[in-house]
Design a protein around this ligand. Sequence first.
Ligand code: IMP
Length: 427
Amino acid sequence: MGNLIILGSQWGDEGKGKLVDLLADQFDFIVRFQGGNNAGHTILIGDRKFVLKLIPSGILRPGKIAVIGNGLVIDPVALFAEIDQLSAAGVDAQARLRISSRAHILVPAHRAMEKRLAIGTTLRGIGPCYEDKAGRRGIRVADLIDSEHFVEHFDALAREHEATFKAFEIERDYDLDEVRAQYLELGARIKPMVCETALLLNRAIRDGKTVLFEGAQATMLDLDHGTYPFVTSSSASAGGACTGSGVAPTLIDGILGVAKAYITRVGGGPFPTEMLGAEGEEIRRRGNEFGSVTGRPRRCGWFDAPLLRYTAAINNFDSLVITKLDVLDHLDRIPVCTEYREGARVLSEMPAVCSTLGGIDPVYECLPGWQTDTSQVKTWDGLPPAARAYVDFLEKQCDVEVGCISMGPERNQTIIKPGSNFQRLTS
Ligand code: IMP
């Protein structure tokens, strides 16, 4: 067992939370390295449902240390809402959470500014907060807990924001004095959890402890590699795990990609295999495809192999986890996109320009469905032959091993393929 990264390989919501929760037991630390409370990891344990947005899903495993790395943007109000919700459910989150002093702090102005951006974001202020980070005027956790100088930092940033508000006629929907006082209070509350998490992790690794890196969003939403500008504002692919945690690439032992047996996307942007009619609605209903942060209906589409080949290349996945296979149980035929065409031309690479991706034609190969309930199947051999053939087809098309299959939200609705890289890396 070494240090593993878990990443979304499509447009998010692939079921990373369940996988992290499943594997967390075998690691000492579980680390989030990018994004903020725009993520939504839903985990079902018995009849209890947890939706974690900012805190790593591994917090649900007793005794594990959960780390919010330097790459995140933290809304402290959202953070404590989550901590309090976990405490009420008997999870000692505050005792097991470590927060990087270098992570950035999100303020209500970031949310107000985001309303101008019409790409269907989660409206949590994530993009504007990262803009301030890149603009070198952001407030970091270290500033928040420094009660002597916090007001200085806060007021300087507020002046910048006021100028933007004026220029773009943005209405301020909060009271600045109240926010300042609230953040001072939250700074004192957050302080006991704050440390140099990069050093904490590096020392732990040196001492033989193991780390699980929990990705949020996904590679197609990555600021650099995704469908720009319809992306999030952080590095949601493998490299981001290193920059967002301060752990070097040479200390990573494996990278697991998570993909749904179909594909979904929330928000705007091109989506070649989108199902627009009743078929899409049925998948949305069966897969309960509604955003866990915003409640928005997710757009649903057929599995897109060219997209997966691209994200597998960007991340060099050792193994792929296919989730929600059971959602396809009802179908008598299942199309899979195997290539893109632009007129007569086959596109062998993922286009960098969104209008090209929006204008291409997906080419499908249809596979027979299995029309059998797979939700209770416990072994690879127990799956209907057509379901195995479907998974084998995805594996071949994506040129990456499928080592694990999930057929429902519960921990025990998971099949690990014997002899796979997945098994090797996780046991
Ligand atoms: P932002 O991250 O709120 O800036 O949103 C940018 C894009 O990423 C939008 O299309 C969002 O719908 C999408 N997005 C952000 N977080 C998630 C997520 O956790 N799952 C799926 N899509 C997400």
